[in-house]
Design a protein around this ligand. Structure first.
Ligand SMILES: NC(=O)c1ccc[n+]([C@@H]2O[C@H](COP(=O)([O-])OP(=O)(O)OC[C@H]3O[C@@H](n4cnc5c(N)ncnc54)[C@H](OP(=O)(O)O)[C@@H]3O)[C@@H](O)[C@H]2O)c1
Length: 492
C-alpha cells in the first residue's frame, strides 16, 4: 500500500509533445491511498512546459496498457482523474478498476481526451465513462443482467524467467449476461480451468510457426482449456444449460463470438464423473498420455518404461497405461511426497526424487540395470540427457514436453549424449496432441471403461477461486501441484 499525503501530484505519466518512437506500456498502479492530493491520477501526453520547443506538436509516445487498481482517498482538485492524450496517438487500453476518489466529500470528477479503455467494478469518478472509457459490459447490447466478471489478465510479454504471480493481474470487470441480439455467440459461466505448462510458452511473443499454440494478448484474459456451462446462446448447436469443454477465458464468464472458436467447444455428454475430468483424464492431458504412449512409444508387454514429471497430469496416466500393458515402470518426481504417491497410489514399480540425485544418469542406472525401452519425456533438459545414455537397443522416446526449458527458449540447455541414438538405434519423436484429435472418441470410450472398472486412479490438485488461479499456474513451474492442477471457478 502506498500513501500520498498533501502532494501536488499523485500517479502521473508525463510525456513530451515531440515526435518520438517511445512508448509507455504495461504499467500497473495498485493499492494507493491519496490524502488531499492535487491531481491524483494524470496522464499528460502533451506535456510542453511554456510551449518551449514543441508548440502544437503531438506527442509521439505511445501509451498503452496502464491499469489503475484500488486507488482510494481524497483529491484536493475537483478533477481527480485527468487523461490528456494526443489525437493522433490516443492512449489505449487504459483501465480503471475500483477507483474511489472524493473531492470535498463528493465523488470527484474526471476528464478524458483521446483515451480508449475500460472501467470495471465500482469506478468513482465515472465521468470518463462517457468520453473514451467504456464500461466493459455495455458492449453487450443484449438487455441482460450486468454482473461482476473477475478476470486474470496477462500483463505483457517477457522473454526469459519463470512466470510470476505479478505477471498476471486480477481484474474486476463487468459483463451483461446475454448474447447480443441476432448474434451466434455463446455466453459461458466458467466452472473449471486447466493450468498447463504450455501457458508459459504463450507468455512470450512467438511467431505463429514457433509454437503450436498462439501467444496470449497483453491486457486480455489468459485463456486455455476449461469446463463451462452455457448461460445464453444464439448458436444453433448450443442451448442454455449445456455443459461444454473447450477454450475459455480465465474469467468468471466468457462470451465467444468467433464462430471458429464456438465450433471448438465440445458438449459434455456423460456427467457420471466429476466435470473437472474433462480437462484432465478425459481431456487433453488424457489424450496426450494415450497418444504419446500407445501411438508414439508402441509399447510391448514386459518393456522397461521411464516417465518424468510422473505424478503430474500426464505422467500419472502414462505410468498406469504402462502397468496395464504389463511393463516395468519407474517415475521421477520432485518431492518425496510425490514419490510416495507414485509407488503407493499410482502403482509405479519404482520412483525417485530427481532433486535429491547428484548424478541423474547413475540414478537411472540403479533402476534400469538393462536399460530403458521407453522414455516418456515431460521435462527435457538434464533428465533427457541422462536418459540418452541409458537407452536400450531399439528403444523409443516420446518427446511430449520440455517444462525445464520453457522459461529460457532463446537459450535452451544443450543435450550432449545424442551419439547414443546411433549406437543404440532408438527412435526419438516429438508429437503434438492436436494431430491426434481424430482418436478422441476411441480414447474416451476406453478411458470411461477404465474408470468404470476401477483400472485407473486419477489425482487432481484443485485450487478454489479465480483469485488463486495465478498462484496455481505459477506453482506448476515449482512442482507445487500434486496431480493435475485445476482451478475451480464456480460450482455448477
Ligand atoms: N505434446 C503435447 O501435445 C502436449 C500436450 C500437453 C502437455 N504437454 C507437455 O507435457 C508435459 C507435462 O504436462 P502436465 O500438464 O502433465 O504438467 P504436470 O506434470 O501436471 O505439471 C508440471 C510438473 O513439471 C515438473 N517440473 C516443473 N519444472 C520442472 C523442471 N524445471 N524440471 C523438471 N520438472 C519440472 C513439476 O513436477 P516435479 O515435482 O516432478 O518436478 C510439475 O509439477 C509438459 O511439458 C507439457 O508442456 C505436451
Amino acid at each position: 500500500m502506498v500513501v500520498f499525503t498533501n502532494s501536488l501530484n499523485g500517479l502521473r505519466i508525463k510525456t513530451w509533445a515531440r515526435p518520438t518512437k517511445g512508448f509507455v506500456r504495461g504499467v500497473l498502479f495498485q493499492h494507493v491511498i491519496m490524502k488531499n492530493v492535487q491531481n491524483p491520477i494524470v496522464i499528460d501526453q502533451n506535456y510542453c512546459p511554456g510551449n518551449l520547443g514543441c508548440p502544437n506538436q503531438d506527442s509521439g509516445v505511445k501509451i498503452s496498457m496502464v491499469t489503475y487498481q484500488d486507488i482510494q482517498g481524497t483529491s484536493a482538485s475537483e478533477v481527480a482523474v485527468k487523461f490528456d492524450c494526443s489525437r493522433k496517438n490516443p492512449c489505449r487500453n487504459i483501465r480503471l478498476e475500483d477507483v474511489k476518489l472524493s473531492y470535498m466529500r463528493q465523488p470527484a470528477t474526471s476528464t478524458c481526451n483521446n483515451v480508449v479503455g475500460s472501467a470495471g467494478g465500482i469506478v468513482v469518478p465515472a465521468s470518463c465513462l462517457k468520453k473514451g472509457l467504456v464500461l466493459l459490459a455495455k458492449r453487450g447490447m443484449g438487455n441482460g443482467d450486468e454482473v461482476q466478471n473477475k478476470q486474470v489478465i496477462f500483463r505483457d510479454y517477457y522473454v526469459s524467467g519463470l512466470p510470476k504471480e505479478s505477471d498476471l493481474i486480477l481484474n474486476a470487470a463487468t459483463i451483461e449476461l446475454k448474447v447480443p441480439e441476432g448474434s451466434k455467440a455463446v455466453l459461458l459461466k466458467n466452472l473449471y480451468l486447466s493450468c498447463d505448462p504450455s501457458m508459459r510458452v504463450r507468455m512470450k511473443k512467438l511467431p505463429d510457426s514457433a509454437s503450436y499454440l498462439p501467444s496470449f494478448r497483453p491486457g486480455s484474459p489468459l485463456y486455455g482449456f476449461g469446463v463451462a456451462k452455457v448461460l445464453d446462446s444464439g448458436h444453433p448447436d448450443f442451448k442454455e444449460g449445456d455443459l461444454v469443454c473447450g477454450l475459455i477465458g480465465w474469467e468468471e464468464y466468457t462470451i465467444i463470438q468467433d464462430s471458429k472458436r464456438v465450433g471448438m467447444l465440445t458438449k459434455i455428454q456423460f456427467t457420471d464423473v466429476p466435470l473437472s475430468y474433462y480437462i484432465g483424464i478425459l481431456g487433453i492431458p488424457g489424450l496426450t498420455a494415450y497418444v504419446g504412449f500407445y501411438e508414439i512409444c508402441a509399447p510391448k508387454k514386459g518393456e522397461y518404461v521411464f516417465v518424468s514429471a510422473a505424478s503430474g497430469a500426464i505422467g500419472q496416466l502414462v505410468g498406469q497405461f504402462a502397468k496395464l500393458m504389463g511393463c516395468y515402470v519407474v517415475g521421477s518426481a520432485g518431492s518425496n511426497e510425490k514419490v510416495d504417491l507414485l509407488k503407493n497410489k499410482l502403482g509405479f514399480d519404482e520412483a525417485f526424487n530427481y532433486k535429491e540425485e547428484k548424478n541423474l544418469a547413475a540414478a537411472l542406472k540403479r533402476y534400469f540395470l538393462e536399460g530403458i525401452d521407453i522414455y516418456f519425456d515431460n521435462v527435457g533438459g538434464k533428465m533427457l540427457d541422462a536418459v540418452l545414455t541409458n537407452m536400450r537397443l531399439h528403444g523409443r522416446i516420446a518427446v511430449c514436453g520440455m517444462i525445464s526449458q520453457y522459461h529460457n527458449l532463446d537459450e535452451p540447455e544443450g543435450v550432449h549424449n545424442l551419439m547414443s541414438l546411433i549406437v543404440k538405434r532408438f527412435r526419438m519423436e516429438g508429437f503434438v496432441v492436436s494431430d491426434y484429435f481424430h482418436l478422441f472418441p476411441k480414447f474416451l470410450e476406453l478411458m470411461r471403461q477404465h474408470i468404470k472398472e476401477g483400472k485407473m486412479v486419477y489425482v487432481e490438485d484443485i485450487s478454489k477461486g479465480l483469485e488463486n488461479a495465478p498462484a496455481a499456474l505459477v506453482g506448476l513451474f515449482h512442482g507445487r501441484n500434486i496431480g493435475k492442477q485445476v482451478v475451480l471457478v464456480s460450482e455448477e
